[in-house]
Design a protein around this ligand. Structure first.
Ligand SMILES: CC(C)(COP(=O)(O)OP(=O)(O)OC[C@H]1O[C@@H](n2cnc3c(N)ncnc32)[C@H](O)[C@@H]1OP(=O)(O)O)[C@@H](O)C(=O)NCCC(=O)NCCS
Length: 229
């Protein structure tokens, strides 16, 4: 038998407090995610970014849940993903599995940002509000631009919309998975301010993909309304 010293008592107290704070952080995060997924007028959080005019593009964007998405639009999005990504998936450990991709893209948790120039669909993003490694995040599952719409700033605008949504729903960051052998996407994400996330696996564990993110710069202890930096 012994007696706990004052130092060790203080240390356990600190540990207990840290655990409580962490539990609180996660509970708050889950509340933000639930709230974001229930939004009825999500466009109002990013209205002025949903029109994009540049380099002969006159793009309008809208955001819908998977369940609200027109079937033809969903088929176009699946087709574009297949055209853009099939070969890249086939040349890495994941392989291309159309069924699995369709299952992922038609999950009830999926949100879609659709960009069109008059009647032509040009780009989309599949994203979700979710808890990831204990963080409330906007996870970008897909950002795809038609070949003839590229290098005109549209991809960047799509990410800006996601970043605004993330900030205004109190997500800590926009997070995504990128294939390491997709150099144009890597250049794109870096140019848009994304960097390797702490949750990215070490290269020895997974060399064909990495996790990138861009913080919303929200202080998790800040009770006030999020603002854009
Ligand atoms: C990657 C992708 C989304 C980029 O979209 P985009 O609309 O062409 O990108 P933007 O015009 O907004 O580019 C913004 C900046 O990113 C960088 N960038 C974009 N594409 C690039 C490329 N192919 N090579 C090098 N840098 C690139 C540039 O710095 C660019 O600015 P600049 O044109 O003024 O030099 C698009 O090329 C695409 O859909 N590719 C196929 C699918 C894919 O790889 N998706 C990402 C993984 S899910």
């Amino acid at each position: 038998m012994g007696k706990k010293s004052v130092v060790s008592t203080n240390k356990s107290k600190e540990k207990r407090q840290a655990r409580k704070l962490e539990q609180r952080r996660i509970a708050d995060g889950m509340t933000y995610v639930t709230k974001a997924n229930k939004l009825e007028d999500i466009a109002s959080l990013c209205k002025e970014l949903l029109v994009y005019k540049n380099n002969n593009l006159q793009v309008e964007m809208y955001i819908q849940r998977m369940s609200e998405l027109d079937k033809n639009v969903l088929q176009w999005a699946i087709g574009l993903t297949e055209r853009n990504m099939k070969t890249l998936y086939e040349t890495c450990a994941w392989g291309w599995n159309r069924e699995r991709k369709v299952e992922e893209m038609t999950d009830d948790a999926a949100w879609y940002l659709i960009a069109k120039d008059n009647d032509k669909f040009l780009a989309f993003s599949h994203f979700r509000f979710d808890m990831d490694f204990g963080d409330p995040v906007l996870y970008c599952y897909e950002v795809q631009v038609e070949a003839d719409g590229r290098r005109r700033g549209l991809g960047q605008r799509v990410l800006r919309v996601l970043e605004r949504l993330a900030r205004n729903t109190r997500m800590t960051c926009v997070r995504l998975t990128a294939l390491t052998h997709n150099p144009s996407a890597a250049a794109f994400f870096r140019a848009c301010g994304y960097s390797t996330d702490d949750t990215s696996p070490p290269k020895e564990e997974a060399s064909h993909y990495e996790i990138l993110s861009k913080s919303t710069c929200l202080d998790s202890n800040d009770g006030g309304e999020p603002t854009e930096s």
